[in-house]
Design a protein around this ligand. Sequence first.
Ligand code: KE4
Length: 437
Amino acid sequence: MDTTNSEQLFTKAQKLIPGGVNSPVRAFKAVGRHPFFVDRAQGPWIIDEDGNRYVDYVCSWGPGILGHAHPKVIEAVQQVCAKGLTFGAPTAGEVELAELIGACVPDVEMVRLVSSGTEAVMSAVRVARGFTGRDKIIKFAGNYHGHSDGLLVKAGSGLMTQSVPDSAGVPAGYAASTLTAVYNDEESVRSLMEENSGQVAAIVVEPVAANMGVVPPKEGFLEFLRRITKEQGSLLIFDEVITGFRLSLGSASEYTGVHADLYTFGKIVGGGMPLAAYGGRQDIMSCVAPLGAVYQAGTLSGNPVAVMAGITTLKILMEDTGIYERIDRRAAKLEAAFRQTGLCVNRVGSLLSAFFLPGWDGKEGKEIGERKVENYEDACQCDREAFADYFNRMLERGIYVAPSQFEAMFVSDAHSDELIDRTCSAIKESVEECRVV
Ligand code: KE4
């Protein structure tokens, strides 16, 4: 595979941009190769600067549910650009997008548009603290909520203590107000809530985890979180930056039947443009300035071009909800292919991850069987070298999956059955080759 142009760009980029990329995972460090630089994308295809074509299952980490460069989205964006790119003043489009979000997710009675998922979650946490007058929050190991200081934390020594920073530059004091529990472990949540009774503003959770690989909530787990937050006077925040409009049009509350107090959205809601959102109960959102005392602002919040991409995307999804059955069915085919290789697989709708758990290769004679990944500790056991080997073999076959064991595979409406079948073959061949080496 010729990678000359990408290599030259990467060499230059590394002199100008930390790691040569504007977001760490793009550097492909976890898979031991240099990244390709994208020239363009169309439907299920990404084409790099050397003309190599890949079937894309990263979908820009989630926004691409319709496939790349959907003609209706591109046309709508081109038209609205001609009217000006940004005004720093309210526009009709922001009202329309707010209406569409509420129509899809009725729990979102009031919403604020922002520019990234990080900003959405950071703001939702601040609103929860402002509304409850409490400082502490509980998050889960392996859940990622963007890079705001208070959420770049990991469990301290033992669950009963405060979290510790998970990044240089995060003051211990910022981490101190964040407690870290174990996903799918009710007892870890209960003990933190009891130890910090009356102090927890909110539990923030990915209703389907997709940042430790895909890890579904165990039966009753989300219902438990809903109960215990109500009992304790805390809020429940569903971080739906990935799951929002991905699992179904009504997002996780429709998909799971559990209703949170606040929701964050990103990726799909912006149609691939820099737009995210947080919202929920009107009494809570009424705390947000200029209505209330919780400050949050943004020069490009509700940007008219990004808003148009979001409106057009949501309207396409609303007009053809059959997309969800199509992408789920295709993802189920990929899941079956992984299972035939003996790998542990988690799939929720059109999100899936295969895990290279110890013994994945059968060499240790371990019964491959139905081992599970139910939390971050399970996911951390994976053989990352084997994953990297699998990633590179898939890429050589023209299939681009996320360059990390801890990311999800995304299926879009542009992935035809023929491409899915081709991908299933590539999965079986690549995993088998990894095993044989
Ligand atoms: P952004 O600030 O990257 O728009 O969103 C942060 C965020 C918040 N919540 C969840 C559940 C998320 O998954 C994310 C971001 N997702 C990662 C991929 N797992 C973004 C990719 C990247 O960091 O480059």
